[in-house]
Design a protein. Structure first.
Length: 193
């Protein structure tokens, strides 16, 4: 049975920005980091409604009809300037990455933002309104980032080593008023949360 996708209009941190989320950890390639430090796990375990929505999104997005239904729902929202891919979850396979590349090309008036640790996928040939930020958790080694990701803007969570971390702009804690992750190529850092 196909279920309708659940899009959310933000939370306290990101503000009233539409987003699409998936279950934490099981959709993440870096599950060793995600399992121990993921902020979304608490909401997933604690709130049954959240868990059900994210699980339904994951079930739905894995088939062509589900992606078409999501695309239809997204078309009703476009006109929004910003959209966040994954407050929870990550890119889990190349066809799913390619789906979001096509979404961004179709809705060029919206800036789509995704933080990812799924470094094994190909994000090239994406439109400039699909912003991909390499997500770096405290304790991750820069050597783990493939060369094609070295030049991507980064989002650091926690205390990380290196000159790029030291030079990164500190996150003000609210996407609603900042939009730096969408609108600039500067690295950004925040506390682990």
């Amino acid at each position: 049975m196909l279920t309708y996708p659940n899009l959310s209009k933000g939370n306290i941190k990101i503000g009233r920005i539409w987003n699409f989320s998936l279950p934490p950890v099981i959709t993440c390639q870096s599950s060793t980091y995600c399992a121990s430090k993921c902020y979304a796990r608490k909401a997933y375990r604690q709130y049954g409604a959240v868990r059900n929505c994210w699980d339904r999104n994951f079930d739905m997005i894995q088939n062509k009809l589900g992606r078409e239904v999501l695309l239809e729902k997204l078309s009703k929202l476009m006109g929004e300037k910003y959209f966040r891919i994954h407050v929870s979850g990550d890119f889990f396979n190349q066809p799913y990455v390619d789906f979001w590349k096509e979404v961004a090309k179709k809705f060029r008036g919206t800036k789509f933002l995704a933080f990812t640790k799924a470094f094994s996928f190909d994000y090239s040939d994406r439109s400039d309104n699909l912003i991909i930020r390499a997500s770096i958790f405290e304790g991750m080694s820069v050597e783990e980032i493939p060369p094609q990701f070295i030049l991507l803007p980064r989002f650091y969570s926690g205390r990380c080593a290196g000159e790029r971390f030291e030079m990164a702009t500190h996150c003000v804690g609210s996407c609603l008023n900042c939009h730096k992750c969408w609108d600039s190529t500067e690295d950004v850092r925040t506390e682990l949360h």
